[in-house]
Design a protein around this ligand. Structure first.
Ligand code: GLA
Ligand code: ZN
Length: 707
């Protein structure tokens, strides 16, 4: 079954409307009418659930749960810890975080509390325990969301005195003695050799750049702090509510927390899928594939945008079919739950401009009407989708240490910002084969990651080749091709895993800057890519960080004859040692030198090294060649902007989703007649998709050529 519903704040409506709680019944009726089966409640309600220390008022929440349950709706409750109540902040003003430049956040709003503040932790434990115990056996409650979006609003890292103390303890545990820390951080250079743990500062705002090793450890410590806070809540829920699931709503490519660690103890992850101005279908698809890959398991969308948001640069009304398209895109990528944010636009308080399924006056919006039709369709699709999940033959590795290392030292000003919409590296020649659908803007604010990651991802996405975005330590043997576009920092376990993968016959594509940094964020003393040099059969002679106007052009020696591809921003000159040259530079004083190499191993393994940074075209040239060899095919070839994704059942069932993200009608020819599952319509010679339309089919082998 697909869980389908909305995020609801009954507590707001009883205060605003004359009818008070009587309105809840009308809300529940409209939810049930839309085909909803689940509602998320209470993630910000701490101040109402515990109006004074240890005085709990769960009665209103009970009434809401019971009423929803009476209407056939199940409930996901949340621990309300993102919003410490006024009495707590009043008694302990130092609960709020301190920024890197020493400013303390003001109390109120949400997410301002420090994960390491002992009183905040203790009070979070008390409210979570009380709430869990109260609702453990309440009919209708099926699971829990922990807190809400850890790290949101740039609160993943705090520089307060509790974090100062916590950081020192964390370091002492990690390094054991100060000599090891001093050696790892390389502080001897500026005389920063620490003689006691108490001398170690937080990496606050400083005159010059701090040691990247110091910074990376602080990023790890901060991520671990929220992981530990999270573990406290998960532990309470596991012990108190053994029959309920536990999830957390992540934020796609959020850069501050290591999501593999944060999610390790959850049953499944959820995420919040918003599309600010400039979000693209490929970017959203990539985020879904990462959310699937965090646990290599189906996930939920716990907040799906249904109309305008209140926080984007511009806030356009999503066009008709937006909710349909985004809901089915999520399901096609492995969502087993789609929950809309929010039920009704708020009359007061924060986020007044944020749309809901109902508008502020309680009228149905376009989003609500689309949800109603999806609700009916999902009831029909339930049996077809039961037990299905996406299945990828290709993985892209996403590594948080490497993200952080590169964010700390992008070494090229352009890599601090996101790629331009056309991925052009500011060269008109590259613009021609890009269109609006391929812009990787969704990754905004993720800076470095966006360049190499979305270039590789987009190349697969354009080919309708499913991808899983997974941790570099995961079991790679299930994938035929593994692409690691930015594995700058290598931990020993990752090196071993990649070697094992290639030894087992896998094909590995490494990107520029691979293997420059060791686990402590120092340079390896051996030539790049350090411990992977032998596997790749190559070393990097030097790298060039290019000004935007300096474009180089690659010639694909072995694989594409005369074809040329432009690259920019980063160029490494490679010395093959056992690898063959796949592409060479043709410009600049290193024209003729190797840019891409490949080493074949006995047993069929293949290790490629891409030393240049380019757009999707660069990777497309490589992947077209590799995928053919590996017998990996597009699910169905399509025209640009028509996405195809699939879910598979144990019994060999395959459910294909066609998503027309373009503004034009699109057609697919058919080899055999086929029935479309949403409409029940039979197609005999071709399938026609209007702009924004979704079509779902079983099997998919009926498809011939895309028109
Ligand atoms: C986040 C939060 C929600 C709400 C939305 C607004 O995802 O989890 O509470 O603030 O953003 O878009
Ligand atoms: Zn702190």
């Amino acid at each position: 079954m697909i869980y389908f519903g909305c995020d609801y704040y009954p507590e707001q409506w009883s205060q605003w409307l004359e009818e008070g709680e009587a309105r809840w019944a009308e809300d529940a009726r409209l939810m049930a009418a839309a085909g909803f089966n689940v509602v998320r409640l209470a993630e910000f309600a701490w101040g109402l659930l515990e109006p004074a220390p240890d005085q709990f008022d769960f009665a209103w929440l009970e009434r809401a749960v019971d009423l929803l349950h009476d209407h056939g709706l199940q409930v996901v409750l949340a621990t309300p810890t993102p919003t410490p109540p006024p009495w707590l902040l009043d008694a302990h003003p130092d609960i709020t975080q301190v920024t890197a430049d020493g400013r303390r956040l003001g109390p109120g709003t949400r997410r301002e509390a420090c994960a390491n503040h002992p009183v905040y932790r203790e009070r979070s434990r008390i409210i979570s325990q009380a709430l869990a115990a109260h609702f453990a056996t309440r009919p209708g409650v099926i699971g829990w969301q922990t807190d809400n979006e850890f790290g949101c609003h740039d609160t993943g890292r705090c520089y307060c005195e509790h974090c100062q103390a916590g950081f020192r303890t964390w370091l002492a545990e990690r390094y054991g003695d100060l000599d090891a820390l001093n050696e790892a951080w390389g502080g001897a250079f500026w005389g920063e050799t620490y003689r006691t743990w108490l001398q170690i500062p937080l990496p606050t705002h400083s005159a010059a750049q701090r040691s990247p090793s110091h910074l990376l450890d602080f990023y790890r410590f901060s991520s671990d702090s929220w992981r530990d806070f999270h573990a406290m809540e998960i532990d309470i829920l596991r012990r108190t509510c053994p029959d309920h699931f536990v999830t957390h709503n992540l934020m796609g490519f959020f850069p501050q927390l290591n999501y593999y660690d944060l999610a390790a103890e959850l049953d499944f992850v959820s995420w919040d899928n918003y599309h600010y101005h400039g979000a693209t279908p490929a970017g959203v698809a990539a985020a879904h594939d990462h959310m699937w890959g965090v646990k290599e398991r189906n996930f939920w969308v716990m907040e799906q945008q249904v109309g305008q948001v209140n926080w984007s640069a511009y806030n356009p009304v999503p066009p008709p079919d937006f909710v349909r398209l985004k809901s089915y895109q999520a399901i096609g990528h492995g969502a087993d739950g789609v929950v809309y944010f929010r039920w009704r636009q708020a009359l007061g308080g924060s986020e007044q401009y944020h749309s809901g399924l109902l508008n502020q006056a309680g009228r149905e919006t376009m989003g609500y009407r689309e949800a109603c039709s999806i609700g009916q369709e999902l009831a029909r699709l339930a049996s077809v989708l039961e037990g299905t999940e996406p299945r990828a033959q290709v993985a892209i590795l996403l590594d948080y240490d490497s993200r952080w290392a590169l964010q700390l030292q992008p070494h090229n000003s352009r890599l601090r910002h996101d790629p331009p919409a056309d991925y052009s590296l500011e060269n008109p020649a590259l613009e021609v084969d890009r269109d609006a659908f391929h812009e990787p803007r969704y990754l905004t604010g993720r800076a470095y990651l966006a360049w190499p990651f979305s270039a590789a991802y987009t190349a697969f996405w354009e080919r309708n080749v499913p991808v899983a975005v997974v941790a570099p330590e995961s079991d790679l043997s299930r994938y035929k091709l593994v692409c690691a576009p930015f594995l700058n920092l290598l931990r020993p376990a990752v090196v071993e895993n990649l070697k094992r993968y290639v030894a087992g016959g896998g094909t590995l594509v490494l990107g520029p800057r691979t293997g420059f940094k060791d686990e402590s964020n120092r340079l390896f003393a051996s030539p790049q890519p350090g411990p992977l040099a032998e596997l790749a059969g190559v070393t990097v002679r030097f790298f060039d960080s290019l000004e935007p106007e300096r474009i180089n052009v690659l010639r694909w020696e072995q694989i594409h004859g005369a074809r040329r591809t432009e690259i920019g921003l980063w160029a490494e000159v490679l010395d093959p040692v056992g690898a063959e040259v796949i592409a060479t530079y043709t410009q600049d004083w290193y024209a003729g030198e190797a840019a891409i190499t490949a080493r074949r191993h006995e047993g069929g393994g293949h290790a490629l090294y891409v030393g240049a940074m380019g757009g999707p075209t660069l990777y497309a040239n490589l992947f077209d060649w590799l995928l053919r060899d590996l017998d990996v095919h597009p699910l169905i070839p399509s025209m640009p902007g028509v996405e195809v994704c699939a879910r598979y059942g144990e019994d060999g069932r395959r459910v294909i989703f066609l998503l027309n993200h373009t503004g034009q009608v699109q057609r697919f020819t058919l080899a055999r007649p086929v029935q479309e599952l949403l409409s029940g319509e039979e197609f005999s010679t071709f399938v026609r998709l209007r702009p924004g339309q979704v079509a779902i089919f079983e099997d998919g082998s009926q498809f011939g050529q895309a028109l």
